[in-house]
Design a protein. Structure first.
Length: 204
């Protein structure tokens, strides 16, 4: 399969995106208007994309285009997962409230075991989990879920505070265990699990 020029790549992406949104491909005129170029230039791009094997033949119909092979760069972009980075949560505000959004990460789905799951990220504050390799300033990627198994590292909401600890369910209580001998376990009966640790990102 021959490579694409930058303009051919843009045209191919436009055809694919337009088709996904409108359930039919764009006409020559619609493509020309989008790129502010002449219909003749669009026809030339369509012809080149057909010759390179990226588009189906027109069959003499205005909306007969079909993307046969997607641009590899677009395929890579499709395999990225969007992850919101949540900052420090103010007292009384829901963790996933829009005002807590600090940034957005785009990470490859190969980093995750379940790409159908939802993820969010929180910056780690403090050194209570250093023996688990989680350091102050790390960015913890959390798989969003409301349950956890014994020994999993969770992000939990206790009253208005969010903490990251190892989860253990005991007879009449829950123990959140730090990974630092300088800290004591947290015992509670009422908490909300926000998710379990999936990945740690660190800047050096």
């Amino acid at each position: 399969m021959k490579g694409l020029t930058d303009r051919q790549r843009d045209v191919l992406t436009f055809i694919g995106d337009y088709t996904e949104e409108n359930y039919c491909p764009p006409t020559v005129r619609e493509t020309a208007l989008h790129f502010s170029i002449s219909p003749k230039a669009v026809q030339d791009h369509f012809t080149a994309l057909r010759k390179k094997g990226y588009l189906s033949e027109a069959n003499n119909r205005s909306r007969a285009l079909r993307v046969l092979v997607e641009d590899p760069l677009k395929q890579k972009r499709k395999k990225m997962i969007e992850i919101p980075v949540l900052g420090t949560v103010a007292a009384g505000k829901p963790v996933f409230a829009e005002e807590n959004l600090q940034d957005t990460l785009y990470l490859p789905d190969s980093m995750f075991s379940g790409t159908d799951s939802r993820y969010f990220a929180l910056y780690v504050r403090g050194d209570s989990m250093i023996n688990a390799g989680i350091l102050n300033g790390d960015l913890a990627i959390i798989k969003q879920q409301e349950t956890a198994s014994d020994g999993q590292i969770v992000v939990a909401l206790i009253e208005d505070s969010v903490t990251i600890k190892r989860f253990f369910k005991e007879n009449a209580r829950i123990r959140l265990q730090p990974e630092n001998d300088n800290y004591n376990p947290i015992y509670c009966q009422d908490l909300r699990i926000l998710g379990v640790l999936s990945n740690i990102l660190r800047n050096y």
